[in-house]
Design a protein around this ligand. Sequence first.
Ligand SMILES: [Zn+2]
Length: 371
Amino acid sequence: MRIQRHPLLSPALGTQRELLSFHYGAGKGQKIYLQASLHADELPGMLVLHHLKGLLADFEARGQIHGEVVVVPVANPIGLDQTLMHSQLGRFEFASAENFNRNYPDLAAAIQPAIEGKLGQDPVANVAVIRAAMADAIAAIKVQTELQSLRKTLTTLAFDADVVLDLHCDFEAVMHVYTETPYLDQAEPLYRHLGARAVLLAKGSGGSSFDEAMSGPWWRLAEQFAGRFPVPLSCLSATVELRGAADVYHSLAEQDAASLIAFMQHRGVLGGAAPALPAAACVPTPLAGSETLRAPHAGVIAYRRDTGEQIQAGEVVADVIDPLSDTVTPVHASVSGVLYARSFVRYATAGMDLCKVAGSVPFRSGYLLSA
Ligand SMILES: [Zn+2]
């Protein structure tokens, strides 16, 4: 295992943060990249990667890594240092108010002019051409802020991986996975090993999140050059939501690390026989079919349904109660599906997101992500 240290741009006199990446194996083969806590207050992934590092060290000692596995257990040292009135707030950067998981570079647009004359009929050669152009484009990105340097560093570490897994969590949730529709086949062993209760599919959900910035260029270029040059889907990327923010336990983390090992064995990156693929715990659904239920007015939230439960369209999922007027307003789902995430806050401001139901019929369009 090699440790690489990546200094971030210093935002203030006397301050310098750094990112650490841990590299297992170095032989020929696929590259797998995993990072945790890009939203710095989402901590289950950190514990999972702590356990995964121990397992990977064993595989490396046995010479059973056929390729490279890169682990970044602390992907956002900026957000980890954001404590306000005793609360750690790691989703948005204090300096810019930007979401740490948005605004990653559009590599397809950046490299298209450079690769136009270099592609041919050999898909493997085209992958090499595209990755070389991506490396140049990323190196040319000028950064002026610490946040920009964080984004550039993470992109540099991940862009040439065959698999990129970004480990997050929701407030209160069951295991679920976001990935791009063209990669559904590649993602199946991942979500089956993880036991995901929802798989949310989109093809460019807007916002340039980290996972889509890694996987998106390949299907975009494949479409752009369709009929002229073959471009394989060469970066399966997924945002893995490791249940809720408080689901940080050794037992769960050990189980999830074992699932990730099984997935990497299935991909052939780790030696040894992969455990049998478990049955899928859900049917993937479009992100455009996911309904976010919102508070109709301010009040106390009393949930009537729990995460992981199947909801029928029309059912009441929660009540919002105003104890001054004693108004009790039921909040109905308008789609059927699993209640895969809900807020852990129990006081709603008007319009606040309460919970999400994974419906199977697309009804939304445009920007599909939450704030
Ligand atoms: Zn997150």
